[in-house]
Design a protein around this ligand. Sequence first.
Ligand SMILES: Nc1nc2c(c(=O)[nH]1)N[C@H]1C(S)=C(S)[C@@H](COP(=O)(O)O)O[C@H]1N2
Ligand SMILES: [Mo]
Length: 517
Amino acid sequence: MHAALGALSGLVAGYAALAMAELVSVAVRPEASPVTAVGGAAIDQTPAGVKDWAIRNFGTNDKLILQLGVLSVLALFAIVLGVLAPRFRKGASAGVLGFGIVGALAATGRPDSTGVIDAIPSVVGALVATMVLYVLAGLLTAPGQSVPPRSPGSAVDRRSFVVGIAGVAAASTGIGALGLRLNAAGVKEAAASRATVKLPAPASPAPQLPRGVDLKLPGLSPFTTANRDFYRVDTALTVPRVDVGSWKLRLHGKGVSRPLTLGFQDLLRRPLFERHITMTCVSNEVGGSYVGTARWLGVRLADLLREAGVRAPSRGGPADQLVARSVDGMTIGTPVETVMDGRDALLAVGMNGEPLPLEHGFPVRMLVPGLYGYVSACKWIQDIELTTFDAYDAYWVKRDWAAKAPIKTESRIDTPKPFATLKAGPVVVAGVAWAQHKGVDRVEVRVDGGDWHQAELAAEGPVDTWRQWWWQWPAKPGTHTLEVRATDRTGYTQTDARTRPIPNGASGWHSVVVTVT
Ligand SMILES: Nc1nc2c(c(=O)[nH]1)N[C@H]1C(S)=C(S)[C@@H](COP(=O)(O)O)O[C@H]1N2
Ligand SMILES: [Mo]
């Protein structure tokens, strides 16, 4: 009985701590709230293999799962401390303060931390929890006794315990709800700042897509991915909120003879380019969904670099790596040579005719056709530094992913779906293939390891986009395995050598098993 009451007071104390920390984080920084900070630190410390596994199994829910994990660990310790508190009040208080220190260290150690001030939510939360636990434990200990009696304390104490615990729980709910609401208002402000943005017409509009790039077949991914359907991969537990009015981008470093600092309007005053580009995440499994195509609007990064006096390494420039930094502390390293080789590497401000959505990097992100996102597509960008690959390892490179990672030529079967049951007769097999900045030349399909059949290709879009394909399969009853492979314009054909995403992208043929009746 006592253990249960102790556990309950531990949980309520922990709850009070988180609620108070959330409210205090409104004044400090929403990202400094302990669960977010500890979760963020956990993401940074997670070995690449585990992160890869989490993305694979939880997809975009990986963040929610992580936060639930942090909360469960916290709840477990709160229970233990709560049970111990009536006997060891000082020890339990020290334990709670220890938790505060963990939160504080996590918050101040985040790459986007603004200093010791980020420790305040965790410290205040821990102090509140210590107080709550101390008082509740006192009520569980009958007067004059230093250890809990066999039966719960006197009727008076029991009533004060119930009133106390209910009061703390109610107050914490109010405080926590207020904190969450005020923090959510911050998102609204960023959204409002986004709503004020009017994107100018592009100086160089996207080339008209040829008729027939989009076969519009049922079950096939559309050629252009809608913003709401576009995959999202990042380490941000709370979406960074950036105010366009005060946003600045600094361009500096090795071989930069004229460092630049640009505001958002400075970017909009420059000639804007609009281009269809297919993005891919290195964590995409064969057949996975972390790939999408949008019509991006932005400034050509190479033009900015040239204006700053940067020369490509092949022209004697001293820097071979461009390191982009985001407001949330992500670092992404890209070869300067690739950015300046004539492709449409962009500092993007628009996505499918809108300002960038907050989740996709508002107000400005980078984009380099042909390179995986983690080596090219910095969202919420605020700084570009020219350096060398020898001198600096970016975030994922420190975690064992390759420093350079061009996107591998891949193909995917979108329809039929895995384990679908189909009727015998003609079946449309269709999907997409991508070989950004090379182009897709051929796609082939085979059934049950038989001969390869050449698929029909949709009209060819710009060289940095994927290509749809389809093949009519005379399906006969039975269980069948469909496989696909693509050949790009360099003449390379995908091989069946299966590799995992780490260190530089998955490879192998996508296969789908279906049953025909
Ligand atoms: N600031 C920031 N930028 C980032 C990331 C990140 O975690 N933080 N993830 C990168 C990765 S791994 C990919 S694949 C792309 C994904 O962009 P999207 O979420 O707009 O699809 O963003 C890149 N840019
Ligand atoms: Mo990625």
